[in-house]
Design a protein around this ligand. Structure first.
Ligand code: GDP
Ligand code: GDP
Length: 455
């Protein structure tokens, strides 16, 4: 039954195109109420970015995928910030600072009806110092009569102001054309080919779990800020670190360093940076403070890495600080809170004593190998055939949906497409995932399974 009318190669190729490379990152910054969130929604073509802007609510989600003229990129929404907490100027400056460090290009949004304010000009100084490409968005130009307002913004010295109505969509196409010119092509030279330089690791975890301690421990004297190596990259926040005889690129390590002036709101920016680091990385090393209860924030970070489709290692830190009782409860918590990522290699470490540091690299290598695993179509179908014969899908409405055949459409992470004769229930999909993992490994990687029904 497996051959009828389907070219498996074609299917695989078409899906591979929609794969998960690291995409260039665009940050949208500007004062409160200039229309950032409205613009982000316009760019991503969805309504999801604008959520209840309740003070004190930290948004889980800050990056969104967008596409324009066939090019895909990430948009970071720096809106949703509670201004009261640290004052408008400080929050806008922090946004700009984030954008400077983590983004490939910036859209700076100004309210053309209001004109340039002192705060706007302060941000411009920050942006210009950073040297990242900036596209100036003169927002709230809802009709031709507003165009004159936009021209005043030449005074900011950021080049041509693009008159836009984020609300109605006017001018956004032209602005996005400018954005595409400003954004680098997806950094394909380092992705996946194995010839493009060191593998990229994001060391992530909530504040105080021990990220900078771990980095210092593993890096020792070897620590090199990438920016100091001429020509390696223009991003000053990645570091090359040699571990186990191999050089790795730890992405976005600037986010790990303490930011004294950002006491309040630090969590929000930590979550922005985590998202950005995960996007740039191939493998996420998630650090958990094992001496404390696993928190919602820990879970969010895990979810972020899974949803981004990255390879993953979970490191339980501060192992020197655990008594018998805490160890007991930790194991229970891991089972209940992290049951869905039981496939992630686990290491119990202490950044303080250096315990089990040598286990980190093998765990990372295992996760990357799982992430890159490709199952040949013949082997996959032999496996599926046996599985389906031994454990058929339950009969529904007098019919028995059957998996007809499958193909692995991509790697990094592994993605499968199964063709079925009827609707396959979620429970059966999970069963298939479980058996795929038993059979082929996939340690340290999420796997995606999509089912297409053939009538
Ligand atoms: P943010 O704080 O910068 O994210 O701003 P929002 O996207 O929340 O927008 C602030 C207000 O400006 C909202 O009431 C929007 O409806 C309004 N707004 C946003 N874009 C436009 C626009 O292009 N034209 C007009 N007239 N209003 C806009
Ligand atoms: P970060 O915010 O994740 O970078 O965390 P830090 O590296 O700054 O560590 C936060 C605190 O935890 C510091 O006081 C560290 O000394 C402490 N710490 C980090 N790793 C360990 C560890 O393995 N054991 C113990 N007992 N303390 C640790």
């Amino acid at each position: 039954a497996a051959e009828e009318g389907f070219d498996l190669q074609d299917v695989g190729g078409a899906i591979e195109e929609a794969g998960h490379g690291p995409l260039p990152v665009l940050a949208v910054v500007g004062r409160p109420n200039v229309g950032k969130s409205t613009l982000v929604n316009r760019i991503i073509g969805r309504r999801e970015a604008v959520v209840e802007d309740k003070p004190g609510v930290t948004r889980d989600r800050v990056t969104y995928e967008a596409e324009w003229s066939g090019r895909r990129f990430k948009v970071v929404d720096t809106g949703g910030w509670e201004q009261d907490v640290m004052g408008i100027d400080a929050s806008v400056a922090a946004q700009a600072e984030f954008a400077i460090e983590a983004a490939d290009a910036v859209v700076f949004v100004v309210d053309a009806k209001v004109g340039a304010t002192d705060t706007d000009e302060a941000v411009v100084r920050l942006l210009r110092k950073a040297g990242k490409p900036v596209v100036l968005c003169a927002n709230k130009v809802d009709g031709p009569s507003g165009e004159a307002d936009a021209t005043y913004l030449w005074s900011l010295g950021l080049g041509e102001p693009h008159p836009v109505s984020a609300l109605h969509g006017r001018g956004t196409g032209d602005m996005l054309d400018a954005v595409l010119e400003a954004l680098p092509e997806a950094p394909a030279q380092t992705f996946g080919t194995g010839i493009g330089g060191p593998r990229r690791i994001a060391l992530i975890g909530r504040p105080n779990v021990g990220k900078s301690s771990l980095l210092n421990k593993v890096a020792g004297e070897e620590r090199v800020v990438v920016n100091e190596l001429a020509g390696t990259t223009r991003d000053p926040v990645d570091e090359m670190i040699e571990l186990g005889g191999v050089t790795w690129k730890f992405v976005d390590t600037a986010g790990i360093r303490k930011r004294v002036h950002l006491q309040q709101g630090a969590d929000y920016y930590a979550s922005l940076r985590t998202a950005a680091a995960v996007e740039k990385a191939e493998v996420a090393v998630i650090l958990i403070d094992a001496s404390e209860s696993i928190s919602v924030q820990d879970q969010r970070i895990v979810t972020m890495a899974v949803e981004a489709g990255r390879a993953m290692v979970i490191a339980y830190n501060k192992w020197d600080n655990l008594d018998e009782e805490r160890r007991y409860y930790l194991e229970r918590e891991i089972e209940t809170e992290f049951g869905q990522v039981a496939w992630a290699p686990r290491v119990n470490v202490s950044a303080r004593t250096g315990r089990h540091m040598e286990k980190l690299v093998p765990a990372i290598e295992t996760a990357l190998a799982g992430w890159e695993t490709r199952v040949p179509t013949g082997r996959l179908n032999a496996f599926l055939g046996e599985l389906v014969a031994a454990h058929p899908h339950p009969i529904r409405g007098g019919k028995q949906p059957r998996i007809l055949f499958g193909t692995q459409a991509g790697t990094k992470p592994p993605r499968f497409v199964l063709f079925a004769s009827g609707f396959i229930e979620a429970g059966y999909r999970r069963f298939i995932e479980r058996r795929l993992r038993e059979e082929f490994g996939f340690e340290g990687t999420p796997i995606h399974i999509s089912v297409r029904v053939r009538e």
